[in-house]
Structures are given as C-alpha cells and as structure tokens.
Design a protein around this ligand. Structure first.
Ligand code: CAA
Ligand code: NAD
Length: 302
C-alpha cells in the first residue's frame, strides 16, 4: 500500500492539477499528499505570513515521510522531498490559482457564510470542467454547493488529521453529484494513496457521525466525575484498541472544532440528545481554552 501510495503515475485518474484553498491544519496536509503523489498543486491562503508557516510545516512533515520511505536511501529521500516541493506552488490569488484546475479542494474555516462567499466567486472564475469539493467536517455539501451552478460537478472529499498518515477519504455524493464526477473523485482519492469510502450527504458522514458524539460523551463522563481523565483515556486505548483516548483526541481535533460541529447539529436536530453540547465545553471555548486546558479544568470541576 505504501509503495502504491507514492506512485507518481496514477492510472485512471484524470485529475492532474489540484488547487487547495486554505493552508491550515487540513489544507496543508491535503496539498502535501496531493503533491507527493504526482499532482501539480496550487495552495491558496489569505496572506503570505500564513503561507510561510504552511510551507514550513509541510517541509517538516515531508522529512518525516521521506525518512520512513527511504530509510536506506537518504539521497532518494532528498529527491522525493525536492520533487514534491517543485510540484507545490503557494499563492494568495484565488482567481489565478484555479485557471487550470481540474479539481478545487476547499479546506477553509468551518463557517457557511465564508464558504458560500468563496464558492460563489470561484464558480464565476473557474473553468466549466473544474470539479469542486469541500473538506467540511459537519456541513451539508448540498447546502455549500447551492451558491454555484455546478451541482453536478460538486462533491465532498473528507480527509482526516493528520492527513499524511490517516489513510481514509470519505467521498460524498449529493443528490446532484453526477456519476462521472463521483467516479473521478474516487479515482483521485485512490491516486492520492488513500482508501475511499462513499457516503451520502448526511451530517458528519460516517466517521464524524460516530466520533463526535463519542468525544462529547467522554467529556460528559468526566464532568459527572464518573472516572478521571487519565482513566477514561486508558480505558478506550486498552479496552477498545484506539490509538488515542477520547479526551486526548478531542484536544487533538480542537475543542472549538468539536463544539462548532455539535452546536450546528443540535440546532438542526434538537431532539437528538447525543448532539446536546456540554456546558463546560462551551465555557472553555468561550474562555479561549482550546486545547490541553480542557482536561485540567474539567478535573477541577465540583
Ligand atoms: N506528517 C508525517 N508523518 C507523521 C505526522 C505528520 N503530520 N504525524 C505522525 N506522523 C508519522 C510519524 O513520523 C510516525 O512514523 P513512524 O511510524 O515511521 O515512526 C507515525 O506517523 C506515528 O507517529 P508518532 O510516533 O509521532 O505517534 P503515534 O504513534 O502516537 O501516532 C497518530 C500519532 C497517527 C496521530 C495516532 O495517535 C493516531 O492515529 N491518533 C488518532 C488520530 C485520529 O483519530 N484522527 C482523526 C481525527 S477526526 C478528523 O480528522 C475528522 C474531523 O473532521 C474532525
Ligand atoms: P484551520 O483554521 O487550521 O485552517 C483554515 C485556513 O483557511 C486558515 O489558514 C485560514 O487563513 C484559511 N482561510 C480562511 N478563509 C479563507 C479564504 N476565504 N480563502 C483562503 N483561505 C482562507 O482549519 P482546519 O482545521 O484546517 O479546517 C479546515 C476545514 O477542514 C474545515 O471545514 C474543517 O471543518 C475541516 N476539517 C477539519 C479537521 C480537523 O481535525 N481540524 C478534520 C477534517 C476536516
């Protein structure tokens, strides 16, 4: 699988030029993996300072990948890193970056208004052939695509953090996504070295529909004082074989992300008690305590 993952001549894949919009946690990983697997990549973000940070995190991640793949041939590893970097261009100019794009992958902030504004303008400047996808964690792809005139060439590609390591991509097919588009997205995901599954356009698709309520239940277990944070995480690692416990994973995903997902779903599905946000999680995010502080703060709750 590893060798196939890094093949630079993906067969059947018609997508060669990929534009990734958003160079944060997810976009940087997606752009890196696309370039590693032989695609020409344009990575777009709002300003040069963000892009400089993105380039540096991609460089660090590429070195880890090269070390693993070419442990006996470091000079081949250096060539792999350089070739990948040569295929990856960064820019702040959205219009120019989509001029030749076969596929645009959106990985910007999880805010519907901002995503709508972006896709509306992209739809006006991108060639008719260009397929659009969103990497959204929780929004409806149909709703995101509603501002464009290319519902048939619009789908979802949901990657997982850390993208260079996690092997899955959920490929989302809406009622409007054409069979041809869906087939191309599956081939592209495969050419990026990932295993693809197909899912309808439902809240959280497969992974987050199961994972996010699980993370929230772990936080509620801790709030009630049923077990310590350490014991909850140890239990799920050793009792269920997860690589991280739920509280460590909630830290890793980001509490603001988890809260945004659950609040959005609770608004849409108020009768589902699994989606009811935890009050302490809301307060911690409000206080700007997004990461490690959660565990500590929850430990001290009465
Ligand atoms: N880039 C490149 N390589 C990386 C990397 C990165 N960013 N992060 C880790 N690696 C590599 C390491 O180099 C290491 O390689 P070797 O095996 O050759 O040493 C390997 O991955 C394992 O990493 P570590 O030894 O540092 O640590 P680990 O064994 O604890 O694994 C982990 C780290 C892969 C993150 C693992 O803990 C894990 O799988 N955690 C669960 C992650 C998860 O569930 N992600 C999904 C989150 S939900 C989501 O993303 C969806 C959403 O919409 C919110
Ligand atoms: P992030 O905050 O790390 O990165 C978002 C980036 O988008 C930032 O660098 C920001 O400057 C940039 N951006 C914002 N508006 C932009 C615009 N109009 N044009 C260009 N760039 C813009 O966010 P992230 O965690 O990478 O999440 C991105 C998307 O991926 C979200 O939709 C999120 O739900 C989804 N997602 C997140 C995870 C996760 O674990 N964090 C996993 C899977 C999917």
């Amino acid at each position: 699988l590893l060798k196939r993952s890094f093949s630079t001549s993906p067969s059947m894949n018609l997508i060669k030029n990929i534009t990734v919009i958003g160079g944060g946690l997810m976009g940087s990983g997606i752009a890196q993996v696309a370039a590693q697997t032989g695609h020409n990549v344009n990575l777009v973000d709002l300003n040069i300072d963000i892009l400089k940070k993105t380039e540096s995190s991609i460089g660090a991640s590429l070195s880890r990948v090269a070390k693993k793949l070419y442990k006996d041939k470091p000079e081949d590893g250096e060539k792999f890193v350089q070739d990948t970097k040569n295929r990856l261009k960064t820019s702040t100019d959205v219009t120019a970056s989509v001029k030749d794009a076969d596929l645009v992958i959106e990985a910007i902030v999880e805010n519907m208004e901002v995503k709508h504004k972006l896709f509306k303008s992209l739809d006006e400047v991108a060639p008719a052939k260009t397929i659009f996808v969103s990497n959204t964690s929780s929004f409806s792809i149909t709703e995101i695509s509603s501002v464009t005139k290319r519902g048939d060439r619009f789908g979802g590609m949901h990657f997982f953090n850390p993208v260079p390591v996690m092997k899955l991509v959920e490929v989302i097919k809406t009622a409007n996504t054409s069979e041809g588009t869906h087939t191309e997205l599956l081939a592209c995901g495969k050419a990026m070295g990932k295993v693809c599954i197909t899912c309808k356009d439902t809240p959280g698709f497969v992974v987050n529909r199961l994972l996010v309520p699980y993370l929230l239940e772990a936080i509620k277990l801790l709030e009630r004082g049923d077990a310590s944070a350490k014991d909850i995480d140890t239990a799920m690692k050793l009792g269920a074989g997860y690589p991280m416990g739920p509280l460590e994973l909630a830290d890793y995903v980001g509490h603001d992300t988890t809260l945004a997902i659950i609040e959005g779903w609770y608004k849409r599905f108020p009768d589902n008690s699994l989606f009811k946000p935890s009050e302490s999680l809301k307060q911690l995010v409000k206080d700007g305590k997004l990461e490690k502080e959660l565990l500590e703060a929850l430990q001290h709750l009465p």
